[in-house]
Design a protein. Structure first.
Ligand SMILES: *Cc1c(COP(=O)(O)O)cnc(C)c1O
Length: 424
């Protein structure tokens, strides 16, 4: 797979390089040089998730990774299903939260971990990341037990939910976690200082494994094929897919799936009050407002870092940006949607409920709607319980880790202290 830097087209790189490096010069995103349609989409739709995903990823990545190696990587990454659940005769939920940390980020995170483990040149790698919640858990579980990789996670002491904290601080092994005496910004500042410290970088092989990594996107392409594959055959050419969006990696992956020949009629980009993209698609003006906190907090992003990839994809495919439908809901509308969806017999959480509501607004009479459910309802238990007047049970992984001992160390928000811990 050849990729180029969107900001500086003269910089090109292969898949392994893009995985290791993350971003290009000038913080530019890498984008595939070619996205040729798959020759055999109908046959692929008949396969189970894992072998189909191997074929899709082989097509995208090419001969850089031998097929048998790639197959082993996909088997280790995609260890859980993505069921399409019928909500009514023309509406389905694609449940992407059956992985170990109960959010769709498990798909991309786990495949990225496999890529880094396979494509690193033997040296030791240390993944350093700051988290305000979900990302830490997904990264920790994805890299847990992989050889030659150590993971260091920083989070603000006392500022994330105890259950979320336990999900990644109880693993041990190659996962080290530090509760920093400061806020999330202080954690991010420490990460930045670490990447500026050449001595530390070289000594531990620092890598950020962050959300713009191309390996995450290609992995996410696979569950769009799964969604269409699970539709009854007569509905497969009528699908409109609504995607709850924050940084727009998920929507980018959907558009790549369409570029590869997946029959999707349209996408709906669904946001909360952080509505930079819906306003832009409406007015043509890119005008981010200050980020506001909402019920669907994983989408509290006003400057989505994957958006340049959406524009580039539309440009190279000759698609109109205006073909992407979009909309935004405020918190009151989100609560209302969650309640009506529950009344229809489907228990959801705020992110998925926003997608469902906007899907209903956009879907034409003869179309079939799929909305992506990006997190397990129990991950947002406090708000979901309050809005629905329920006491939803904790699923296995949350309950199990909640009962375990945290192995975190507390450190001051001080780079020297962090460096000392990491160098030993
Ligand atoms: C990360 C996340 C999103 C947003 O996904 P993007 O790819 O950043 O657009 C939506 N819902 C949940 C639950 C998330 O964790």
């Amino acid at each position: 797979m050849k990729l180029y830097n969107i900001k500086d087209n003269s910089e090109t790189i292969n898949f392994a390089g893009a995985v290791r490096q993350g971003l290009g010069r000038g913080q530019g995103l890498f984008f595939p040089e070619s996205l040729n349609p798959l020759p055999n989409v109908d046959a692929l739709l008949e396969l189970p998730l894992v072998p189909r995903s191997v074929a899709i990823l082989q097509h995208l990545i090419g001969d850089e990774i031998p097929e048998s190696t790639l197959a082993a990587m996909v088997e280790r990454a995609f260890t859980f299903p993505a069921p399409l659940v019928k909500v009514d005769d023309h509406t389905y939920a694609l449940e992407l939260f059956h992985g170990p940390t109960l959010a769709f980020k498990d798909f991309g995170g786990r495949f990225m971990a496999q890529c880094l483990a396979t494509l690193s040149d033997d040296g030791k790698i240390t993944i350093l990341t700051a988290t305000s919640g979900d990302t830490g858990a997904a990264v920790a579980h994805a890299f847990y037990g992989l050889p030659n990789i150590e993971v260091v996670i920083l989070y603000p002491e006392g500022k994330i939910s105890p259950l979320q904290e336990k999900l990644f601080t109880t693993l041990g092994g190659n996962i080290r976690t530090f509760a920093v005496q400061g806020d999330f910004d202080a954690c991010q500042a420490l990460v930045k200082q670490a990447f500026d410290d050449e001595e530390l970088k070289a000594a531990v092989g620092l890598n950020s494994a962050n959300s713009i990594n191309i390996s995450r996107l290609v992995a996410q392409v696979c569950y769009y094929f799964e969604a269409v594959a699970e539709l009854p055959a007569e509905q497969r050419h009528k699908a409109v897919i609504a995607v709850p969006s924050g940084n727009f990696g998920n929507l980018t992956a959907g558009l790549i799936a369409k570029a590869l020949g997946l029959p999707v009629k349209r996408f709906v980009a669904a946001t909360n009050a952080n509505d930079t993209v819906p306003r832009y698609l409406e007015s043509g003006n890119w005008d981010p407002h200050a980020t506001v906190a909402t019920l669907s907090n994983a989408m509290d992003v006003s400057r989505p870092n994957n958006w340049p990839r959406v524009e580039e994809l539309c440009r190279v495919k000759g698609w109109k940006l205006s073909d992407i439908a979009s909309g935004a809901l405020n918190d009151e509308q989100t609560k209302d949607a969650l309640k009506r969806l529950f009344a229809q017999g489907y228990l959801c959480e705020p992110h998925g409920a926003i997608a469902w509501e906007l899907l209903n607004k956009e879907r034409g009479k003869d179309e079939v709607g799929i909305f992506l459910c990006t997190a397990h309802p129990a991950k947002f238990k406090e708000s979901v319980d309050e809005i629905l007047g329920q006491d939803i049970p904790l699923p296995g992984p949350l309950a199990k880790h909640g009962a375990m001992e945290s192995l975190s160390e507390v450190i001051p928000a001080d780079f020297a202290a962090l460096k000392a811990k990491m160098m030993k």
